[in-house]
Each structure stands twice: as structure tokens, then as C-alpha cells.
Design a binder for this molecule. Structure first.
Ligand code: ACO
Length: 311
């Protein structure tokens, strides 16, 4: 890229201007955005699977309707994000193919199973809670279509987080067995939720450049700390215990000290070896294959219309 163009581009970023799809941008900026928005979109889509698992088994009609609406919201988020990525010159089909052949990732968190109804509460409370912590600052990301998609997504994610916390409240105030279930869900989802923010800043390969371009606003460790500080009092209110013996209030930093997640497990999940990686990819592959006739039909129809116009 031409150094003068790069300098002018960086000056626009530093001045807080939004970059729009038709503006000049460095190749690396475009590539990073396609990677991040694409991974984000895939996460929303794959994220429907662990929750979809409980739609037929929700304990009441009301809970079922709420969960159904939430899972549909996630599909919508995936679609806005694919649209935002498409403005960068990549098609949704290409993004999907990259997911299916392993060139693109989705969030590690969705490779963990939802074993009980309390897990649906923990997913809403912790997973959507972590997602919002990461996404609220992304409303100010430098790429216009991504930042605008984030505004609506964050509104819906806040509702998701509240519904998850509401489930946890019911369970935590319920019978001994329900309380045990809530605690067990927290025990299993705590560290995987901390992993959602990505590796430590020292290990994060993309952070420095992404922050300079304001693609990312906060660092992985910074957001993880904020999430812990927000969640500890919420767990206390529920009467549940965060599964970390090292959790201590640090007066100097006005925040909690906590144990790092097991990063070996994190990188292993990223390599495809988490508890549900295989199952998740199988579901996405099946959906893609089952939808082939629709794509073929749409293409044939478009071709017929084009031929009719030419004739
Ligand atoms: N799950 C899977 N992969 C991850 C995760 C994670 N939790 N965290 C980091 N990685 C990957 C990165 O994608 C990168 O791999 P790549 O080069 O093959 O893409 C590698 O680990 C190194 O990490 P970083 O250099 O820190 O990567 P990055 O700067 O992209 O930061 C982050 C990762 C924080 C997840 C960032 O991409 C981001 O903010 N994304 C948007 C939010 C998002 O995707 N949320 C999805 C979950 S929320 C939801 O769907 C409800």
C-alpha cells in the first residue's frame, strides 16, 4: 500500500471518522475485518445450536417462547453481520465455505454442551454477558457497517442477558436440586466464558494492529477484567459461588484478581478438539448440504429471468 494513502487513512481513523465500504482502505484492514466480522457472524449462527437443543424441552410455554425468540435473534445477528462483511467484497457463500473447510473460526464457547436447563440460564447470563462486554465498545468500531450492525445487536443481547439471569434467579431460589443445577452450570461455563475474550494480550497476535485501526476498541485482558468485575456481584446476588479459589478483591486496581482459564484447553478447542466441535461442524455441513436445492433453484430462476430480459 502507498505510504501517503496509509498515512491519510490512519489520520481519518485517529480523527474518529467512520470508514465506509467504498472508501480506500489498506488490504490488511479489509482482511482483518473480513476475518473478525466473518468469525463473529459464524459465532452467532453456530451459537444457535447449543440453545436450540433446549427449545423442545423448555420447562414452560413462556420459557419456550422466549428461548425461541432469542435463538431467532441470533440468526438475525448472523445475517446482519454477513451483510456487513459482504460490503468488504466477500460473499456470504464464500464465508460459509471458509467456515466449513476450516479456514475460518467461530467462538470457542459454542463447542461446549448445554447439559441441563440451568445451562440455558448460564449461557444467557455469562455467554451473552461476555458477548455484550465485547460488543458495546464495538459500536464505536471504525468500520461503519460493522458499528451500525452492533447497535441493534447490543440492544437484543441485553435482553438475552437479562433472560438468562432471570432463569438463573428462578433456579437459584428453587429447590435444592435446582440450586445445585445452577451452581453446576456456573462451574462449567465460567472458564469457557472467560476464554471468549481471546488469549492474553501478550499472546494476542492481532490486537496491536486492530486497536491502532480501531477495529478493536479494548484489549482482550481489559474486557475480561471488566467482565469479572461485573459478574462477581451478580453471582453473589444469586447466592452462587464462582469456581475460583483465587478470586480476591484488589483494592489498588479496584477490581477482582482471578485465575486465568486453562489456555491449553482454549487452544485445543480452537484446533477442533473441544467437546462439541465435531457435532457443531456436522450440523453446519448438513444445513449447507440440505439447502443446496434452494440455492440451485434461486440461481436457475435468476438465470431464467436474465435470459427473458435479454430476449
Ligand atoms: N474463539 C475462537 N477463536 C478465538 C477466540 C475465541 N474465543 N479468541 C481469539 N480467537 C482466535 C482469533 O480469531 C485469532 O485466530 P485467527 O488469526 O485464526 O483469526 C487467534 O485466536 C488470536 O487471537 P487475537 O489475536 O486476540 O484475535 P482478535 O484480535 O481477532 O481478538 C476477539 C479475538 C476478541 C474474539 C475479536 O475477534 C472480537 O472482538 N470479535 C468480535 C466479537 C465476536 O466474534 N464474538 C463472538 C462470540 S459472541 C456471540 O456470538 C454471541
Amino acid at each position: 500500500d502507498d505510504p501517503a494513502l496509509l498515512a491519510a487513512f490512519q489520520a481519518r481513523i485517529d480523527a474518529g471518522e467512520k470508514i465506509e465500504p467504498k472508501d480506500w482502505m489498506p488490504q490488511g484492514y479489509r482482511k482483518t475485518l473480513i476475518r473478525q466480522i466473518g468469525q463473529h457472524a459464524h459465532s452467532e449462527i453456530v451459537g444457535q445450536l447449543p440453545e436450540g437443543n433446549w427449545i423442545t424441552r423448555a420447562p414452560t410455554l413462556e420459557r419456550k417462547a422466549i428461548l425461541l425468540a432469542k435463538v431467532q435473534d441470533e440468526a438475525g445477528h448472523g445475517l446482519y453481520l454477513y451483510c456487513a462483511a459482504e460490503t468488504l467484497g466477500v460473499s456470504r457463500d464464500e464465508l460459509t465455505e471458509m467456515l466449513l473447510d476450516g479456514r475460518m473460526k467461530y467462538s470457542s464457547i459454542f463447542n461446549y454442551p448445554t447439559l441441563t436447563w440451568a445451562d440455558i440460564g448460564a449461557v444467557g447470563w455469562l455467554v451473552d454477558g461476555a458477548a455484550i462486554m465485547n460488543q458495546v465498545p464495538l459500536q464505536r468500531t471504525s468500520f461503519g457497517p460493522y458499528s451500525r450492525a452492533m447497535i441493534r445487536i447490543c440492544k437484543e443481547e441485553s435482553f438475552h442477558q437479562r433472560q438468562g439471569y432471570d432463569i438463573m434467579m428462578k433456579m437459584a431460589q428453587g429447590t435444592e436440586a435446582q440450586k445445585r443445577m445452577a451452581q453446576d452450570a456456573l462451574n462449567r461455563f465460567w472458564y469457557p466464558s472467560l476464554m471468549m475474550f481471546g488469549p492474553s494480550d501478550a499472546e494476542s497476535v492481532h490486537s496491536a494492529q486492530s486497536m491502532a485501526w480501531k477495529i478493536k476498541i479494548d484489549s482482550n485482558d481489559g474486557l475480561r477484567q471488566k467482565f469479572v468485575d461485573q459478574t462477581v456481584p451478580q453471582a453473589k446476588y444469586l447466592g452462587l459461588t464462582i469456581p475460583d479459589d483465587n478470586l480476591t478483591w484488589n483494592e489498588d486496581k479496584q477490581g477482582w484478581d482471578f485465575s486465568e482459564p486453562d489456555w491449553t484447553e482454549f487452544f485445543n478447542v480452537l484446533k477442533g478438539n473441544g467437546p462439541c466441535n465435531h457435532e457443531r461442524m456436522e450440523a453446519r455441513n448438513k444445513a449447507w448440504d440440505d439447502g443446496a436445492w434452494v440455492r440451485d433453484g434461486l440461481l436457475a430462476h435468476a438465470e431464467k429471468k436474465r435470459a427473458a430480459r435479454v430476449a
